[in-house]
Design a protein around this ligand. Structure first.
Ligand code: FAD
Length: 417
């Protein structure tokens, strides 16, 4: 192992959040020596490159939550970023469709939340107007959300990385962080082939963020559960069934949005994702299994409390994972003309969802300060949409630690002290 190289700030994780944080730091503190470490050969290879590509507008989130504030502002910033840097994007709009009477109060609640979050143009519509927007969708009422868009988040990640490098930041790929410890006033970061020291560390390791947070002996009080989302693609000759984005009314007890139709920026249409507990943290296939990952989930105190609360929806999701007929039937509620042969298996993604000891799935974004570190422990959807402002928010939270850590700016103490 070579001798340690010294940095002012190290970021672990080259997903969209780690990159957005790094981009914000190189802009705001150009004199800090910044290093971002990513275990894969390229940036954006996990959640950030395996998502639905939707620029969410902020209709779902509890007014006053970080998600609500950062999504609404983040969507504007993302659109502006895509425009400025020539990244393909489109504001195609979305309809959230109620198919049963019991969903109507929840649809109204979504409209109330969206309005409170500052969205404009939200409209509750009836079947006729729904038919004008999405001629093949069916429902008793719907919420039209005209500001929702789509983009390619892998292209966004690559552009963030280019800009970081152009502004003097260093990104080291194929470098997996394996250990952390404190030495004097620094953090020693060990990787599979080199060690580094830093005055401040920001953990944006996504599906592994809880493990990274435990590396120096700390206890973040949550565990990351991996939820795989599987997609089907509409065969090209049936892609015309969907113009934009068609979503169901989500179950408020569950942090995921339910299987939906998404027109991608490349013109294809996919259906999904469902949400099944994955038996490996980066388990993109049903057969992927890790005894360590599974046993650490099953032995976490909150797991069985969560399972007791969500077992019914969990079983439904598993059933849909193994039965195409069940998946199709969930989708036919939104699009009755859909047939099994219209769908072919598509990709999958694995969401990192933090679970508390009391069995609650963490709903809002969660950034946890520790000594000379900040752990980003829960940044599920809409974190890709909101990434630019999440980066700004995190840097704001760490500013004192970052500037305190600089050899050039000596003010203040670090966050963890
Ligand atoms: C199926 C699915 C659909 C989604 N749809 C949307 C959507 O439409 N719109 C939206 O806004 N959001 C969506 N999201 C959410 C969004 O994709 C995530 O919130 C976002 O990508 C999280 O980014 P991240 O940087 O935290 O995580 P990641 O992209 O997972 O990045 C974490 C990185 O850390 C690296 N890493 C981990 N451990 C180490 C280590 N020890 N050393 C070095 N590197 C390490 C990993 O290799 C990885 O690259 C979706 C997510 C999924 C999974």
């Amino acid at each position: 192992m070579t001798t340690a190289s010294h940095h002012d700030v190290i970021i672990i994780g080259g997903g969209i959040v780690g990159l957005a944080v790094a981009l914000q730091i190189v802009k705001r503190f150009p004199r800090l020596k910044l290093l971002l470490l990513e275990k894969e050969a390229r940036v954006g290879q996990h959640q950030s490159g395996h998502n639905s590509g939707v620029i969410h507008s902020g209709v779902y989130y509890k007014p006053g939550s970080l998600k609500a504030r950062l999504c609404v502002e983040g969507a504007r910033a993302m659109l502006e970023f895509c425009r400025t840097h020539g990244i393909p994007h489109q504001i195609c709009g979305k309809v959230i469709v109620a198919t049963h009477k019991e969903e109507l109060p929840r649809l109204q609640e979504l409209q109330r939340r969206g309005t409170a979050n500052g969205l404009t143009g939200l409209r509750e519509i009836g079947p006729e107007e729904l038919h004008e927007i999405e001629p093949h969708a069916s429902g008793i009422r719907a919420l039209a959300v005209p500001s929702t868009g789509i983009t390619d988040y892998l292209a966004v990640c690559e552009k963030y990385a280019d800009l970081i490098r152009q502004q003097g930041g260093n990104i080291l790929t194929s470098t997996q962080v394996t250990g952390l410890h404190h030495l004097n006033s620094e953090v020693v970061v060990e990787s599979d082939h080199q060690s580094f020291t830093t005055k401040f560390l920001i953990n944006c390791a996504g599906l592994f963020s809880d493990r990274v947070a435990r590396m120096d002996g700390g206890d973040p009080d949550v565990i990351i559960l991996p939820f795989r989302g599987e997609y089907y693609d509409l065969v090209p000759e049936r892609a015309g069934l969907v113009r934009g984005l068609i979503y169901p009314v989500p179950d408020p007890q569950f942090p995921f949005l339910g299987v939906h139709f998404t027109r991608r920026i490349n013109g294809t249409v996919d259906a999904g994702p469902n949400a099944v507990l994955a038996f490996r943290r980066e388990g993109y296939e049903r057969t992927n299994f890790s005894l360590y990952d599974l046993s650490s989930a099953l032995t976490f105190p909150g797991f069985w409390k969560m399972a007791a609360r969500h077992w019914r929806s969990g079983l439904d999701e598993f059933h849909r994972s193994f039965s195409k007929a069940a998946f199709v039937s969930a989708l036919q509620r939104l699009l009755p003309e859909l047939r099994g042969e219209d769908l072919v298996p598509g990709g999958s993604g694995v969401r990192a969802q933090a679970l508390q000891r009391d069995g609650l799935l963490v709903d809002d974004f969660q950034f946890v300060p520790a000594r000379r570190m900040l752990h980003v422990l829960n940044v599920p959807s809409p974190a890709a949409t909101a990434s630019l402002v999440i980066g700004r928010e995190i840097v704001e939270q760490c500013a004192e630690g970052l500037t305190g850590s600089s050899t050039l700016l000596t003010r203040g103490r670090s966050l963890g002290d």
